[in-house]
Each structure stands twice: as C-alpha cells, then as structure tokens.
Design a protein around this ligand. Structure first.
Ligand SMILES: Cc1cc2nc3c(=O)[nH]c(=O)nc-3n(C[C@H](O)[C@H](O)[C@H](O)COP(=O)(O)O)c2cc1C
Ligand SMILES: Nc1ncnc2c1ncn2[C@@H]1O[C@H](COP(=O)(O)OP(=O)(O)OP(=O)(O)O)[C@@H](O)[C@H]1O
Ligand SMILES: [Co+2]
Length: 153
C-alpha cells in the first residue's frame, strides 16, 4: 500500500489541478490531498474561496481518496499524521526538495519527495492558473478603469 500526499491552495479548480492530482495518484495506491490554510498562502494574493470549500471540491475529484485541511501553523503536522510514502510537489512549487527531505528526516518520517509534471493548455481559451482565472474575471466583469469596458469587455 503506497500512500501519496499532494498539497496546494486549489482556489478555483481548473484542469492543471486535475492533472497534478492525477499525476500524484498514479505514483501510489492512495492519494491524500492537503489543502493550504489561508494563513500559509503567503507567496500570492489570498485565496478567493474559504479553505473548507476548497477542500470539499478537491475531495470530489476522482483521483483524490481523501482531502484534508492543512495545519494552520506547522505544515508537517498532517504529514506526521498521514505518514505518507511519497510527497509529490507541483511542477512550479517553490518548495525545495532537499529542504523538505531534511525536515522529514529530522522528524523520522521515511518518505520520498518527487516532482509532478506540468500541463500546457490544449486550446486557446483554456486557463490553467487560478490567478489567470481571477484576472479574466476582473477584466470581463470588473468596473470601468479595469480595462473591462464597464463590465462588458
Ligand atoms: C509537505 C508539505 C505539506 C504542507 N502542509 C500544509 C499544511 O498542513 N497546511 C497548510 O496550510 N499548507 C500546507 N502546505 C502548503 C503550503 O503552505 C504551501 O506551500 C502553499 O500555500 C501552496 O501554494 P500553491 O498552491 O501556490 O502551490 C504544505 C506544503 C508542503 C510542501
Ligand atoms: N497547469 C498546471 N499543470 C500542472 N500542475 C499545475 C498546473 N497549475 C497548477 N498546478 C499544480 O496544482 C497545485 C496547486 O496549485 P495552485 O493552488 O498554486 O494553483 P495555481 O492555478 O497554480 O494558482 P496560481 O495561479 O495562484 O499560482 C500545485 O502543485 C501546482 O503545481
Ligand atoms: Co500556483
């Protein structure tokens, strides 16, 4: 039984998220997804949707066996509890693999750290980034001054 962990913000789901979670699931028998709490999303604007809603949507995906809310303070708390065999990082996640491996070793957690592949758009209009989706919303529905032509752009 190989237990795999994937993690991320997963705000406004798109096919890139599905790709990441399917890639992660293919590396083992059981996929657990950890959904980041707002407080830990520090490298980009705060999520639009609350953590519980993001968790519920991730849990509804076929590739995911269980989705968990992350720990608000110590991101290794759910890792310690789940005791995975593999942690799969996203293709563009800034986390450094060696640093995570070290933190795992310090806690006596025996677990590989791997990197998922990326997914490119398959057609012109396909958006594979939550940030890009938000930008499109602002452009198309934002008020005047956002380049949205009064919300009709
Ligand atoms: C091994 C690992 C475990 C994580 N566990 C948690 C957690 O318990 N709680 C949390 O809020 N975030 C957790 N995160 C997510 C980080 O806080 C996070 O890097 C970030 O918000 C994800 O950003 P992204 O969605 O842009 O990739 C974890 C990340 C890693 C690499
Ligand atoms: N196009 C994609 N291909 C493969 N994986 C992706 C893609 N987009 C996101 N992911 C992965 O999904 C996980 C969660 O990503 P995240 O919540 O940062 O979404 P995002 O769309 O990248 O958001 P943002 O646009 O704010 O960066 C990360 O591991 C990330 O690498
Ligand atoms: Co991202």
């Amino acid at each position: 039984m190989t237990r795999v962990v994937a993690q991320g913000t997963f705000d406004l789901l798109h096919p890139g998220h599905v790709h990441y979670l399917e890639d992660a699931a293919a590396r083992g028998d059981e996929l657990h997804a950890i959904v980041a709490r707002r407080a830990n999303v520090t490298h980009k604007p705060e999520p639009i949707l609350c953590a519980r809603q993001r968790r519920d949507m991730v849990a509804a995906l076929d590739a995911v066996d269980e989705a968990h809310l992350g720990d608000p303070e110590d991101v290794f708390v759910p890792i310690e509890r789940l005791d995975p065999d593999v942690i799969v990082l996203g293709y563009d996640q800034h986390h450094d693999e060696a640093g995570i491996a070290e933190a795992l070793a310090a806690r006596d957690i025996d677990c590989r750290v791997e990197r998922a592949s990326g997914r490119e758009p398959r057609y012109d209009e396909e958006l594979l980034s939550s940030g890009d989706i938000v930008e499109r919303v602002l452009r198309r529905r934002g008020g005047p001054g956002e380049g949205g032509e009064g919300g009709r752009g």
